[in-house]
Design a protein around this ligand. Structure first.
Ligand code: SF4
Length: 444
């Protein structure tokens, strides 16, 4: 069974990577973002925005399967869990896992989930910074399938380095203590039909307690913390009296946080929600991709998976730092100086798994205004230096740049606000040194 589990884990990781690899402009999307659609956290984020997330129904199937089989997803399918298992194996092989051994607090992930739920009531889906499916999509998508740059290295480094370090101190530290998806599935799996069972042959040797990578064996080895067990089967073979099996029944133990920790996390969520609201901020150059919903709704729905960022053929979509305030960290924003929004592409709207970017037809793109270009005549070569320069006009697909007589010999550009959609191709191609002489700003 352990061999079968490894096989399924590696198969699921390969499937996950294949889907990521196919989701780009050149390859076209052949398979929808299936793994992200399995994410129950994304499903609840959509519910909090009061829309019916039909495309996330696979997530409901996962929850129902968890009610029947327990937290099998974490042990058998989650691509993040598989990566952790691989890290752990490498660390064991290099003998790095002996540096120190920690016993991570199991209740912490439930507290993180509670904070995330309270925040989502404020329309802040900050929890997705820690969601393993968005995390894996960001990490692999940006690190492996895209050219590297400083921002992506910082983002990926923020995700990878702590996890590697934690894995040195305890197996599946992340899954045991930090993962909000694991906490949600753990709550459902407490009621699951299939559980670890220990028969009367048990001699209390405690081997299963020591070997369990999830600390799922209770203080009495005959009982199981049902919310923690991932059905990995690791405890079955080492049992000297073959007392362990999986099936209906079995004694279970609770591993939820105490009342004080639970109330403190609700309080923390409340304080963070109010703080995020009070410090809400939007930079004047915060340009969302076409099809993005109203900012407030967008922040609630975006799960920070970075699929849109990866799919963008010009590379203009980037993860936000603080341009959208604290609650907008890692959400996509267009940086026209790096890449404009191409008139031939609507891929970000097609790959977005939660509908934070609404799908639209390419023919309608000219009517979707994401920003407005403004000319800085002090920097404009045609205006300031009197040299001919039609670059912004030539690169505008929407005929939004008119040419007017300038103060010197050359004609100067003027933006036609009705036609300008804010695609940023003008800013991207502007030959002015440093910041462009024509820049795109948010439409108020
Ligand atoms: S907007 Fe981009 S980052 Fe946010 S959920 Fe959609 S695809 Fe993922």
């Amino acid at each position: 069974m352990r061999f079968l589990r490894r096989f399924v884990q590696l198969g699921a990781l390969a499937g996950f990577l294949y889907i990521l690899y196919r989701t780009n402009f050149v390859k076209g999307i052949k398979i929808p973002a299936l793994f992200l659609r399995l994410d129950p956290l994304a499903f609840f984020a959509n519910l909090s925005s009061r829309s019916l997330p039909i495309f996330l129904f696979p997530a409901l199937i996962l929850l129902i399967a968890t009610l029947l089989l327990g937290r099998f997803f974490c042990g058998w399918i989650c691509p993040w869990g598989t990566v952790l298992d691989i890290f752990r194996r490498i660390a064991r092989w290099l003998r790095l896992d002996r540096i120190a051994s920690l016993n991570p607090p199991l209740w912490l992930k439930y507290a993180i989930l509670a904070v995330g739920v309270v925040l989502s009531l404020f329309g802040v889906s900050f929890i997705f910074i820690l969601d393993p499916l968005s995390l894996s999509t960001r990490l692999w998508g940006w690190l492996v399938f895209m050219p590297l740059d400083k921002t992506k290295i910082v983002w990926s480094g923020l995700a990878v380095v702590p996890v590697i370090l934690l894995e040195l101190f305890a197996s599946r530290f992340w899954c045991r203590s930090l993962c909000p998806l694991g906490a949600l599935l753990g709550l459902f799996s407490y009621f699951s039909l299939i559980k670890r069972k220990v028969n009367e042959n048990c001699i209390d040797c405690g081997k299963c307690q020591r070997i369990c990578p999830m600390s799922a064996v209770g203080d009495d080895p005959r009982s199981t913390k049902a919310s923690e067990c991932t059905l990995c089967w690791d405890c079955v073979k080492p049992c000297p009296v073959k007392a362990i099996s999986f099936g209906k029944g079995g004694r279970k133990e609770v591993s939820l946080p105490g009342r004080r920790a639970f109330l403190s996390s609700l309080g923390l969520g409340l304080i963070m929600g109010v703080l995020f609201r009070k410090t809400r901020f939007q930079s004047s150059t915060l340009i969302r991709p076409p099809g993005a919903r109203r900012e407030e709704e967008f922040l609630g729905l975006c799960i920070r998976c970075g699929e849109c960022i990866r799919a963008c053929p010009t590379g203009g979509l980037r993860p936000a730092l603080l341009e959208a305030g604290w609650e907008g960290i890692a959400t996509p924003r267009l940086v026209p100086r790096i890449g404009g929004c191409a008139s031939y592409c609507n891929l970000c709207s097609e790959v977005c798994p939660t509908g934070a970017i609404k799908p639209y037809k390419l023919e309608d793109k000219a009517n979707i205004k994401i920003g407005i270009a403004k000319v800085d005549y002090n920097r404009c070569i045609a205006y300031a230096e009197g040299k001919d320069c039609l670059v912004c006009q030539e690169n505008c697909s929407y005929q939004a740049i008119a040419l007017l007589p300038g103060p010197k010999k050359a004609k100067i550009p003027k933006v036609r606000p009705r036609r300008c959609v804010g695609c940023g191709m003008c800013e991207n191609h502007c030959p002015a040194e440093g910041p462009a002489a024509i820049r795109v700003y948010r439409r108020d």
